[in-house]
Every structure is written in structure tokens, then in C-alpha cells.
Design a binder for this molecule. Sequence first.
Ligand code: HEC
Ligand code: HEC
Length: 320
Amino acid sequence: MRQASYRNSSEDERTCLAPSLVRSRGSGSALLAQLAIAFLLFLTLSARAADEAQLKRGELLFKAADCVACHTDAKGGGAPLAGGRKLETPFGIFYSPNITPDREDGIGSWSEARFRRALREGLDDEGRYLYPVFPFTSFTRMSDADIADLYAYLRSLPPVARPNQRYELKFPFGWRFLLIFWRTLFFREGPLQPDPDRSAEWDRGRYLAEAVVHCQECHTPRNFLGGLKESEAYSGNPQGVAGVKAPNITGDDATGIGKWSVEDIADLLKTGQTPDMDFVGSAMAEVVKGTAALDDVDRHAIAVYIKSIRPIHTEKKPAS
Ligand code: HEC
Ligand code: HEC
């Protein structure tokens, strides 16, 4: 009898709780035990559902932020997130680190707090400054909740043993402690706060564009120290990203995307296709793989935010 009601309650603990109460009339302690079992089951099931929902949310953020593009040596056939991708910068060559949950070579031994500190503060597990080639300057704007989801998702992926490679940096950029100066000049830490004068959609769009998809890291020009020129935000990076110039995406008609509608921008983020039926290539094609995983509501929000950016007229259109 008790067995049967227990099995029932595992099938659907909510509807079967009441009958099992009736059936076990007579013994108070049996009733208590059944209640406790039902309650534990309920907790376990809802915890598992929450875990799955968290992994789903984390996966979406992971795709939209395109962690995999930099942390995978795709050309060399490297395993996802095991690092080793060559990143050439004016300061020398970086090889992205392994961020799989491998305890030796990856970040398997990092607590959630350490992980959060890397994204929020740009510090590694030993508290050393990370180079801004890792876009923590954008990720710092993510919420604690989103960082927790991202962490949970990364932990669910297979660990890969692959030691990190030494960088080939020009003198004196090999000295991490020098980044203190860079940070003082160019790094503002902390999550984005909603703007009370704007719509919820605009806030969501800004959050995704600035914190997660980090559009500025490619579309904003940099000064000679590699800091983003905020007064020229989104006006394009003529130095380019991996050899391709990132175009002006402010609303300037002649040199930006002033003629694009909100729908045009949202469509590009879904399909990679521009209004004149071209497809974006290179780094932007990678970005679109991530934004294509978002839903229409989120893509629309990003487009609304991008449309609201102050138009900037640039010398000449940086990309063809
Ligand atoms: C534009 C390329 C790029 C993107 C995108 C990127 N990273 Fe990185 N990341 C790097 C590089 C390069 C480093 C090494 C920085 C250093 O050595 O100071 C790094 C370092 C890290 C570290 C510290 C690892 C260590 O061993 O110290 C973590 C954690 C990390 N990234 C996680 C992520 C996550 C999570 C994402 C996506 C949300 C992401 N990265 C997106 C390039 C990138
Ligand atoms: C990793 C670098 C990178 C990131 C991040 C990035 N872009 Fe791009 N984007 C590019 C490059 C490079 C191109 C040019 C691609 C080409 O010419 O094929 C481009 C092209 C575009 C275009 C086409 C413009 C035109 O005139 O044809 C739009 C619109 C655009 N990006 C919007 C965005 C938005 C919005 C975000 C953030 C949600 C974003 N990009 C994030 C690198 C990036």
C-alpha cells in the first residue's frame, strides 16, 4: 500500500499527495514519513528542472557571447574551448587559454566566485590582471545571475587536457602588472543598470549588445593603447578584426547604417544577410551564429538599441 502510493507520488507528486494522505489514515508517523518523502521528491524534481533551465540559459549566453570563437583553435583542429587560438594584436601574439573544466589545464578548479571575478574584474584565479584581448571590459557589465548560468553551463561541458601556450608579446607588454595603468584609463567595472528614461526593450537590447555580444569590442575604434574610443562608439574599427575592417554601425546615412530599419538589423542578426542581399563574412559571421540562437524578441531589442546610437560621420566607409 505504502509502496504503491509512493510510486504514484513519483509519477505526479502533486495530484497523488491527497489520495496517499487518505490511504495512510491510521498511523501518524507513516503519514509524516509519506509527507516527507513526497516533499523530498518535489524538491529533487524541481531542483532538476531548475538545473536544466539554468543550463539552457547558460548555453544561450555562451553562444551569444561567442566564447567558443576565441577559445578554440578551429584552424588547428583543436577541441572546443581547449584554447590555443592565435590572436594577433598590435602588442604581440596571444594564444587563448583552455577554459574547459579540465582541472589541470582548464578552469576545472575555479569556483564560481573566481569565474565571476574573471568576467567582472578581469583577474585570473591568482588575482593577476588579465589582458583586455579577453573582452572582460564588456563582460563586466553582465549580471551576477547570468554569470552564474554561464558558469554552470561551462561546467557541464567535457574537460579537455591541453596545456596553455606562452604568448609572444612585444616588450614591455609581457609584464602583466603594467595593465594597472591600462585599467585605470580604460576599465570601468560593474554591471549595467537599467536607464529609467528608456523602455524595457531598449534596456534589454543595450544589455545584450554591450555586455554579452560585446559589439563595441569590434565596432568601436581603439586608441594607440588599445582602449576603446568611447566618443566614437560604434563608428567602426578601421584597424580591423582579424584582418577585416569592422564597419560604422551608427545611424549615419552615408558612412553608417542610417538607412537600415530596425527589422533590417534584427534580420542580419538572425540570417547574416544585409538589406542589399549580401552576407556578412569573417568575424561577423561568427557573431551571427550566436545571435541566431537568441529569440526574435532579443534580436529586435538589440536592433532597437543599435538604432538609438548617436550617428557619427566617418571619413570614409571603413568596410567595402
Ligand atoms: C575576443 C576573444 C575572446 C572572447 C570572445 C572570449 N575570451 Fe576568454 N580569454 C581570451 C584571451 C586571449 C584570454 C587570456 C587573457 C590573458 O592571458 O590575460 C582569455 C581568458 C579567459 C579566462 C581566464 C582563463 C585563465 O586561465 O586565466 C576565462 C575564465 C575566460 N576567458 C572565459 C571566457 C568566457 C566565459 C567567454 C564568453 C563569455 C570568453 N572568455 C570570451 C579571449 C576571449
Ligand atoms: C568579433 C567582432 C565583431 C563583433 C563582436 C560584432 N561585429 Fe558586427 N561586424 C564585424 C565585422 C568584421 C563586420 C564586417 C563583415 C564583412 O564585411 O563581411 C561586421 C559587420 C556588421 C554589420 C554590417 C554593416 C554593413 O555596413 O554592412 C552590422 C549591422 C553589424 N556588424 C552589427 C553588429 C552588432 C549589432 C553587433 C553586436 C550585437 C556586432 N555587429 C558585433 C565584427 C563584429
